[in-house]
Ligand binder design. Sequence first.
Ligand SMILES: NC(=O)c1ccc[n+]([C@@H]2O[C@H](COP(=O)([O-])OP(=O)(O)OC[C@H]3O[C@@H](n4cnc5c(N)ncnc54)[C@H](O)[C@@H]3O)[C@@H](O)[C@H]2O)c1
Length: 310
Amino acid sequence: MYDFIVTGGCGFIGSHFIEILLKRGYRVLNIDKMTYVSWSDIGFEKHPNYSFLKEDISDITNLPKCDVLVNFAAESFVDNSIENSGIFFKSNVNGVHNLLEHVRMKAKFDRPLFVQVSTDEVYGDITKGEFTETDPLKPSNPYSATKAAAEQFVYAYNRTYGIDFVMTRCSNNFGRRQYPEKLIPKTIMSALHNRPMTIHGDGSYIRSWIHVIDHCEAILSLIEHKAHNDVYNICSGDEISNLEIVNLVYERMGLKPNIQFVENRWGQDLRYAISMKKIFDKTGWKSRLRLKDTIDDVIKFYKEKYGSNT
Ligand SMILES: NC(=O)c1ccc[n+]([C@@H]2O[C@H](COP(=O)([O-])OP(=O)(O)OC[C@H]3O[C@@H](n4cnc5c(N)ncnc54)[C@H](O)[C@@H]3O)[C@@H](O)[C@H]2O)c1
């Protein structure tokens, strides 16, 4: 019997979530298929409360007993989904459906709380103001469409079978261990290897950034406050354009920006912005790790792991 099953726990956010759970004394089973983004050397492998199962969530045939299942497992890179969305559908939609099926087949008293980690990208973009949880979903790209589809299955399984859930829609994460296809680590790695950093379009697109540890703590606060059968936005309010954040990384690394503007991403979202009022009202959680205070630590991580040119 586990306290938590975490799926996708060898990826960026899931690995931080597991670290926090182990520090708090929970027993954790991590189910991860180990795609190209996964980390196999994080360090919690030898922890006595940690177990690991290498498996695809869309193929599992048995779900061990646990109190809470937190689903981070997903294909997460928008550009890949624009190239080929088949694997996004399998992992992000079929995978969630398969997990929900395993939960519903358990006796009612044996069912875990189902936590679906979704994204603010399900709303699409907004040029003024911010989305609240009651706004309609209007995803702009195949990745966000699969995340929106998964959400609908969670609602349906709650209504039809009575499965308890918590759903979260978080903004862009940054922090240690993010795969360097994403904007911030890609900029750091380009700078470390003296390669030009490519930016889609003119780089004016606004993203709202939250530290990965803040995101994980927000999810835990919702679980601990029994915020069941509802959806919550999670963000910090740190809005910045893609071009500004790339420039900030170069500045913090003490380097002159080396930027190459390339064709815009198809379906590019202009700005993401979400309200954080609902989670604050429910749990009192608010973001504490600001982008400009913690970006140096992220740079340090990649410098130590992949070498430095300074
Ligand atoms: N990164 C962000 O900014 C962000 C923001 C909001 C929400 N999210 C959501 O958070 C979750 C985690 O994101 P991330 O950035 O850590 O992603 P990631 O790509 O770094 O990690 C995903 C992990 O899931 C695993 N995985 C993928 N498909 C799987 C499958 N079918 N079965 C089992 N394991 C599988 C991978 O091996 C990997 O370890 C995703 O669901 C994503 O949609 C991410």
